[in-house]
Design a protein around this ligand. Structure first.
Ligand SMILES: Nc1ncnc2c1ncn2[C@@H]1O[C@H](COP(=O)(O)OP(=O)(O)OP(=O)(O)O)[C@@H](O)[C@H]1O
Ligand SMILES: O=C(O)C1=C[C@@H](O)[C@@H](O)[C@H](O)C1
Length: 290
């Protein structure tokens, strides 16, 4: 029994490390997971092209999904194993929610392999991936904001302490993403520095809940560049013409939204920097079984 699913990456409106409230939007970079069920009870995984990367997260996603749902598929959970493979164009640990995309794709691919693709609400499948991320130690808050944006598409605002969705809206934006040539793992972020900027995060949440996503992102970006020690220069280079620009996740990527021609002008500036600049669009369709 084989399963396969594809999940989009996401960019940040509000980083949840300050208060537990977060907001993110899906973008069109993808991670694909394929899952082959076995009868040896063992779960292992491989990340295409990255033999040394940590596979704990996706293994835990497959284990939890099997533990909770094998029974409904008429299988003995202790005998069911899985071979997981992910293939991704989302740079890992770069602030573009590679972990959420990998988790969502693996949970849905495992459900697909169990022939239970429609048995679970998408938001509950997303909560399973968040639990796996907490168990694997790759997240601070669980990152339900990033995971829900990747699972549902569009923009979401969430309470990551309760894994509750506060708002979900379809959006159709152009997004420019700049990724410097380094990695920044969420689990290593300076959480106490982020907690010191909680009043700014509250302001960002108010703006986002009011639908003022662009301004929310920009305030978030300056505040979290300060807290996490990233340069605000790429943001200043994008202003004042973009609708919003922010450090994404725990960095090092930056994301700007606005009209395509404006973003092309910003792209000319950002491509002078080391790293990769991509002109993308938001995604409304979220994670899909294939
Ligand atoms: N394609 C993938 N396949 C399997 N696991 C992955 C994949 N991409 C990321 N991961 C897991 O996610 C971890 C990185 O998580 P981290 O939260 O630091 O990065 P991110 O989600 O890209 O960043 P951010 O939360 O700032 O957006 C990796 O160590 C790995 O365990
Ligand atoms: O690990 C986490 O809890 C998070 C990491 C970043 O992506 C943040 O943007 C997100 O809001 C929360």
């Amino acid at each position: 029994m084989d399963g396969r699913a594809v999940a989009p990456a996401a960019g940040t409106v509000l980083n949840a490390l300050a208060t537990g409230t977060g907001s993110a939007f899906a973008i069109d970079l993808e991670t694909t997971a394929t899952v082959k069920l076995t009868d040896d009870g063992e779960v292992d995984a491989e990340i295409a092209g990255q033999p040394d990367a940590d596979t704990t997260l996706v293994e835990r996603c497959a284990e939890l999904t099997i533990a909770e749902h094998a029974d409904a598929a008429g299988l003995d959970e202790t005998a069911v194993g899985a071979r997981v493979e992910t293939n991704s164009d989302v740079p890992m640990a770069s602030g573009l929610k590679s972990s959420s995309a990998a988790a969502n794709a693996t949970v849905l691919a495992t459900l697909d392999a169990l022939e239970l693709g429609d048995a679970l609400e998408r938001i509950d499948a997303c909560r399973l991936g968040v639990q796996a991320a907490r168990d694997a130690g790759v997240t601070v808050t669980g990152a339900f904001d990033d995971a829900s944006a990747s699972m549902l598409g569009g923009v979401t605002i969430t309470d990551n302490m309760a894994d509750e969705l506060l708002a979900h809206e379809e959006v159709d934006w152009h997004a420019l993403v700049y990724t410097p040539p380094e990695q920044s793992f969420s689990a290593d972020a300076d959480v106490s520095a982020c907690e010191r900027i909680a009043p700014m995060a509250d302001l960002v949440a108010e703006l986002a809940l009011d639908g003022r996503y662009g301004e929310a992102m920009t305030v978030n970006g300056f505040a979290f560049c300060g807290a996490l020690g990233f340069s605000a220069d790429p943001m200043v280079e994008a202003l004042p013409d973009v609708d919003g620009v922010s450090l994404s996740g725990t960095g090092p990527s930056y994301v700007a939204v606005g009209d395509r021609r404006t973003l092309e002008t910003v792209q000319d500036r950002w491509t002078e920097r080391d790293g990769t600049t991509r002109l993308l669009q938001t995604r409304t369709d979220g994670t899909q079984i294939q």
